[in-house]
Design a binder for this molecule. Structure first.
Ligand SMILES: [Fe+2]
Length: 354
């Protein structure tokens, strides 16, 4: 609906302007002048459909490795900044994303912060992320969490660079003015658990007896791609396909069945070769990372052609439809969980006639 047809905005005469000026001196303003922006008829995201092509960005990532060490940078990351919100450090109106590099022999020192983070591994084998005393080796396609206020560090004992996409709820945390951060006393936190302990303890459809979950994020902090890919492969052979999403699954917190983090949901989908999806839209602006394959996604009036490792964004309430030229896997994340907590999440799925 046209906002102009919904809201009646009065003609602004000199009398009005004089009133606004005197009102402004008292730190007040007339609602009727900004009602269409403050209470929109439909979402009005500032972020715009955007794609970051990995083959264009990777040279910059590697160049950053010559400029500064991971230790000196604290985190050597290139922010993926949406051109609609330039200068904000945001990939969407509510989320942050970046590309992080850790070179062989480097460490990124141990710290913690109130923002929750995900890592989606793009390249490299043998680097690790440690969370609360457990290290996990990062492989391409792995989805790794560092929940709010957990100590985490990264290290790369392998002989190849490791690059991953970071996704954080930094803009939300800062909107609430709840940002805190601190260092661990040593750069590398001590290892107190065997690798794979969290997955074995919580990720295999078993739980410690009478387990009560102490925090809001998943107790599993690495969801290995090998398992995810196997699931997608099996479900593709089982069918059916969703007419918008192909085979689409969401990562869960096994202790609750809910999302892995309180504000960020994460998803993975398989699009068969030749798939042409119907339009879909939802209020959670979504960041996609191409794990495998090649295709294109129409977002509003923009058509973004993508291939492996590219990252693209669909802002809130834009109609999106995917096409795959070859069998493709897309990872994605959004702020869907927090929208659901607030009771404001919406989606629009076209009805298919049978
Ligand atoms: Fe961090």
């Amino acid at each position: 609906m046209d906002p102009a047809a919904f809201y009646n905005k009065p003609e602004t005469t000199d009398e009005f302007l004089d009133f606004y000026k005197r009102l402004g001196n008292k730190n007040a303003a007339p609602l009727w002048e900004s009602l269409a922006e403050l209470v929109p008829v439909v979402p009005r995201p500032r972020s715009v459909p955007t794609i970051w092509r990995y083959e264009e960005l990777r040279p910059f990532v590697m160049e950053s490795g010559k400029l500064i060490t991971a230790k000196d940078a604290e985190r050597r990351v290139l922010i993926l900044e949406n051109p609609g919100v330039r200068g904000s450090g945001q990939v969407t109106d509510t989320l942050y994303a970046g590309l992080q590099l850790i070179l062989p022999g480097e460490i990124a020192p141990t710290h913690r912060h109130t923002a929750s983070a995900l890592r989606f591994i793009i390249e490299g084998n043998g680097a690790y992320t440690a969370v609360d005393g457990e290290r996990t080796t990062m492989h391409p396609g792995d989805f790794i969490l560092t929940p709010s206020w957990t100590y985490h560090d990264h290290g790369n004992p392998s002989d190849s660079p490791t690059i991953w996409m970071d996704g954080l709820d930094i803009p939300l945390v800062n909107l609430f003015n709840t940002g805190f951060a601190e260092h661990y006393p040593q750069p590398v936190q001590p290892v107190s658990k065997k690798e794979g302990d969290a997955w074995t303890r919580y990720g295999g459809s078993l739980m410690p007896i009478e387990y009560t979950h102490p925090r809001k994020s998943s107790p599993v902090f690495n969801y290995p791609y090998a398992r995810t890919r196997e699931t997608l492969c099996q479900l593709y052979s089982n069918g059916p396909l969703h007419h918008c999403h192909g085979i689409k699954m969401q990562y869960i917190n096994p202790a609750t069945g809910g999302y892995p983090m309180p504000a960020i949901g994460a998803f993975v989908q398989l699009l068969p070769s030749g798939f042409r999806g119907d339009n879909y839209r939802s209020t959670d602006a979504t960041v996609f990372c191409v794990v495998e394959g090649q295709g294109q996604t129409r977002i509003g009036n923009a058509t973004l052609e993508w291939k492996q490792h590219d990252i693209f964004v669909a802002p809130s309430w834009y109609a999106i439809s995917h096409e795959a030229q070859s069998e493709s896997v897309l990872f994605s994340f959004s702020d869907r969980p927090i929208q659901k907590v607030l009771g404001i999440w919406r989606e629009e799925v076209p009805i298919v006639s049978m």
